[in-house]
Each structure stands twice: as C-alpha cells, then as structure tokens.
Design a protein around this ligand. Sequence first.
Ligand SMILES: [Fe+2]
Length: 104
Amino acid sequence: MSHLQLLLCKFMLSKSPLDLSKVKKGELNKEILRIGMIAELDAINLYEQLAAMTEDLNIKEVLLDIAREEKTHFGEFQILLLQKDEEQTKELEEGRKEVEERAK
Ligand SMILES: [Fe+2]
C-alpha cells in the first residue's frame, strides 16, 4: 500500500459514519473501545509511515513521539476493554500461551 493510500485510508476511517444502532446495549461500550483501539493502531502506523517519509529530523522526532503517545492511547482503550470483556481477557492469555508454546 502506498503512502497516499495510507493517508486516504486514514481520512476515510475518520470520516466514515459508524452504525452502532444494531449493537446490543451491553455490548456498546466494548464496541466503542474496540473502535478506539483500531483508530489508535491506525494512527501509530500513519505516524510511523510519515516519520519514515521525511528527512527532516525534527519532524521525524515529533512524529515518532506522537506515535509513542498513540501506543499509550491504545493501551488505555485496551485496559478498559479488558476490564469489561472477560472473554477477551481469557483469550489474551490463551494467545500468549499459544505464542510461547510455538517459540519453544
Ligand atoms: Fe490517540
């Protein structure tokens, strides 16, 4: 995917209206948190891509600093989701075990 395509994807994601009308009430906050996580991951990729594109070291440093902040934002949403989604917490641990098992 080109840098321009990445920028267009970022633009489209932020502009797309989200249809949460059919989401069950108990699931709404979990969906909101997952959407937040998607947006933060997208932002991390975008800022790291932009940092890789520029030769201006000041701009590069600011972009990478912002990318790090987006990782914090992702972590905030993730922690909130894990507090609300027991299954996700359990499956996170399952995923960790599977990866560690494969590394042996
Ligand atoms: Fe953010």
